[in-house]
Design a protein around this ligand. Structure first.
Ligand code: CMC
Length: 428
């Protein structure tokens, strides 16, 4: 393929460089478009054809169903590494040595205590507040307790804010859960690992000894690895664009948490389980819901199906489906919702509507079922996703700042009124 792309407008030809990624993805670099054409822009709603940055973090190929963090296959990482090890890889670029890992874990634990005044903020929320709303607000509130902005040019300063956020974020998530439940706010126990700590902070009650289930810990570890990064999705782009104004790390991550909340993104895991429960309550008629999803006059969509990038299969869904099967076998659970999910998947995959549009189960189709088996309430599902996505969001923010990317500021095509004369009240 040529190294130059040509654009012809009004008989005039403009040339733009064609650049390639490491996996041979091809992009037309239109940086100079506005200046050479005197103001012409591209229009691409939903950024379906637009690369917003160059990145070295995650590679995914939607046609082949490939997902790699820093070059390592997701299948290997879920089998051979743990969540924190993968977090180190994503944030710093290489798998940690044992000594680096131990230091990283220790430094995160050093920051697992929240300022006690944070409890006043928790007190201010109503009991029924959605935990994603609380998590986003509490993450933003960290800026009030850490007012100094990160000096991006200082390695030490950057590292310190990263371990601080990694340490405090799961505590905020667990406290949001405790607020909903009306249970005491638990502290981290630094003798436990990252995932064990999340579980004990969420579920331990003072009147009983909390028994850690290693099967549940392993399943959660694997699930959260699958969520660690996913290149330039909605919440990640939000983190990068918020951070591009030089907003701090905590503020940018808080913006990302809000973006993750929506039903079409991280909120899909909650929506999937609610949908499956609705189908169950409605008598389990899977075909009826497939018909609803296909009906263009019905706004219903099959939650957990389809993906902007994966048009063959979502490799995360394949891993998670197996993890769900293993977990149910290990725990001896027989969840009727799982049977509905399997039936729904089977019918949808044979249906022409879904095949034509390349709609396959995505990561969220099965993650909710796993969370449910672990005793995590449905409102917390997207919070679990947010905990999993934290290392990716940090890495993307860091990469964007260290690359000195310009402030994100898209253009628009104005379609409102042309100039109008102002009318006073008596003339309106
Ligand atoms: N159920 C029924 N029809 C669907 C669905 C669905 N879940 N998803 C897409 N379609 C149809 C859509 O109506 C359109 O049909 P037509 O061409 O006849 O107009 C066609 O498929 C293409 O859909 P699109 O909305 O243009 O595709 P998109 O790339 O803009 O949207 C998506 C991707 C994930 C938002 C969408 O598939 C969806 O809404 N899925 C359900 C929500 C969901 O599970 N989201 C989680 C995504 S994975 C977790 C994450 O990374 O956030």
């Amino acid at each position: 393929m040529s190294d130059i792309a040509k654009l012809e407008i009004d008989g005039k030809t403009y040339e733009f460089p064609v650049i390639r990624g490491i996996e041979n993805e091809i992009a037309i670099d239109i940086k100079s478009l506005r200046s050479v054409t005197n103001g012409i822009i591209t229009l691409d709603a939903g950024f379906k054809n637009t690369g917003s940055c160059e990145s070295k973090i995650t590679f995914l190929d939607g046609e082949k169903g490939i997902l790699r963090y820093r070059g390592y296959a997701i299948e290997d990482l879920t089998k051979k590494a743990n969540f924190l090890e993968v977090a180190f890889l994503i944030i710093f670029g290489e798998l940690p040595t044992k000594a680096e890992f131990n230091k990283f874990e220790k430094d995160i634990k050093r920051h697992s205590l929240l300022n006690e005044e944070m409890k006043d903020i928790i007190d201010g929320f109503p009991k029924v507040a959605h935990p994603m709303g609380m998590l986003s607000s509490l993450t933003s509130a960290l800026t009030a307790f850490n007012p100094a902005t990160v000096d991006i040019n200082s390695k030490e300063d950057l590292y310190e804010s990263i371990v601080k956020l990694m340490g405090k974020f799961p505590v905020l998530a667990a406290w949001a859960h405790s607020k909903n439940q009306g249970t005491p706010l638990n502290y981290a126990d630094n003798s436990l690992n990252y995932i064990e700590n999340i579980m004990q902070m969420m579920f331990k009650i003072p009147t009983e000894t909390y028994k850690m289930n290693p099967i549940a810990v392993k399943a959660l570890d694997e699930l959260l690895i699958l969520h660690e990064d996913h290149e330039q999705n909605c919440s990640t782009s939000t983190v990068r664009i918020a951070g591009s104004s030089e907003a701090g790390l905590f503020a940018s991550i808080s913006a990302g948490v809000s973006a993750l909340w929506g039903r079409l993104h991280g909120g899909a895991n909650q929506a999937v389980l609610e949908m499956l429960e609705d189908i169950q309550k409605d008598g389990g008629d899977v075909e009826k819901y497939i018909a609803k999803a296909k009906d263009k006059n019905d706004p219903f969509r099959l939650m957990g199906f389809g993906h902007r990038v994966y048009k063959n299969f979502d490799p995360r869904a394949r891993i998670i489906k197996k993890a769900a099967d293993d977990l149910f076998e290990d725990l001896g659970t027989n969840d009727p919702v799982l049977a509905i999910a399997k039936h729904l998947e089977e019918v949808a995959l044979k249906d022409e509507y879904f095949a034509e549009r390349k709609l396959y189960p995505n990561v969220d189709f099965y993650s909710g079922i796993i969370y449910r088996a672990l005793g995590i309430p449905v409102e917390m599902f997207t919070v679990m996703f947010a905990i999993g996505r934290l290392p990716g969001s940090i890495a993307q923010w860091k990469e964007m700042r260290l690359n000195h990317e310009p402030i994100g500021r898209p253009r628009q095509l104005y379609t409102g009124y042309a100039h109008r004369e102002f009318k006073s009240y008596s003339e309106r």
